[in-house]
Design a protein around this ligand. Sequence first.
Ligand code: NAI
Ligand code: MG
Length: 341
Amino acid sequence: MTETPYRITLIEGDGIGHEVVPAARRVLEATGLPFVFVEAEAGWETFQKYGTSVPEATVEKILATDATLFGAATSPTKKVPGFFGAIRYLRRRLDLYANVRPAKYHPVPGAVPGTDLVVVRENTEGLYVEQERLYARGKVAIADRVITYEASYRIAEYALRLAERRRGQLALVHKANVLPLSDGLFLEAARDAAKRHPTVEVREVIVDACAMRLVREPQKFDVLVMENLFGDILSDLTAGLVGGLGIAPSGNIGDRAAIFEPVHGSAPDIAGKWIANPTATILSAAMMLDHLGEREVARKIEAAVDKVLAEGPRTPDLGGRATTEEFTDAVIQALQNNPEF
Ligand code: NAI
Ligand code: MG
């Protein structure tokens, strides 16, 4: 009997994307699961080649496959006519409403032991509707922050389901004490969604207090859900709790498509040297497998990564001297030597 292969779109993007995505692909291939990989283009190099950072062919491939693994895309520092950021465009175009950012302890310098939480960030509205205006001859600026019942309910529902699969705890993060209409609406929708998930223990936490508690006792959090800007900020904080950019994975999940990517960018300062740490991309690939229902294999990839992070070889960002390839070889070896595998 042949199993139906998973169809995966791979987008390297720019810079170290060309190094970390092939590394993650090798780890996926080493799991023994059947995959068909489809390569697609997006980002700054793609813009220079075709005049668009996301060609239609890329959107079609993403929609036609089961999931997508994205490396990183460069954004030019100066405004370039016609250019737009690839990942932000894809989030909007494909309605990838849930930005999912786990922060889990891995044995790297500076990580807080016992941390195992997930920030679920609403990805489509809030201040990111990008509606700003100037008044009073440029001395007053106003930005719109859009909160809808529907988007709040949908993100809360996603977070509640995730909490059910984890330790059953959800923090609703808000600022309804100052913003009773907008954050009040977010809370109302989330409370309504929570009524249908009685096994999840829900608590409401004000965002500033939440930031402090995350720093002091991150072990007390399981799943956290919040609107766009709060999620942008707190998910960088939680990435910092577990060792920073080199290892933080993420997912952008919608009903029609899901794109997994490392939190870091294209790292032009080290691109082409083959010393990038592929951990964040390998962990993003593990998240992708989890999303596809391959929870056991995802867990084994994580265990293999942890073994190599603990015992070495490590890449230079973590104080070692290994290349991207050497680190990846070690992960594959750890995966294949796992007696449960
Ligand atoms: P960055 O994340 O690319 O790099 C920040 C620092 O971390 C650099 O010193 C880099 O060498 C290091 N670093 C990042 N990932 C690493 C890895 N896997 N292994 C070892 N070291 C790593 O952020 P930066 O420099 O602010 O942005 C560079 C470019 O990436 C910009 O064009 C920016 O717009 C883009 N970017 C793209 C993102 C995406 O595609 N989702 C996210 C963030 C930035
Ligand atoms: Mg950010």
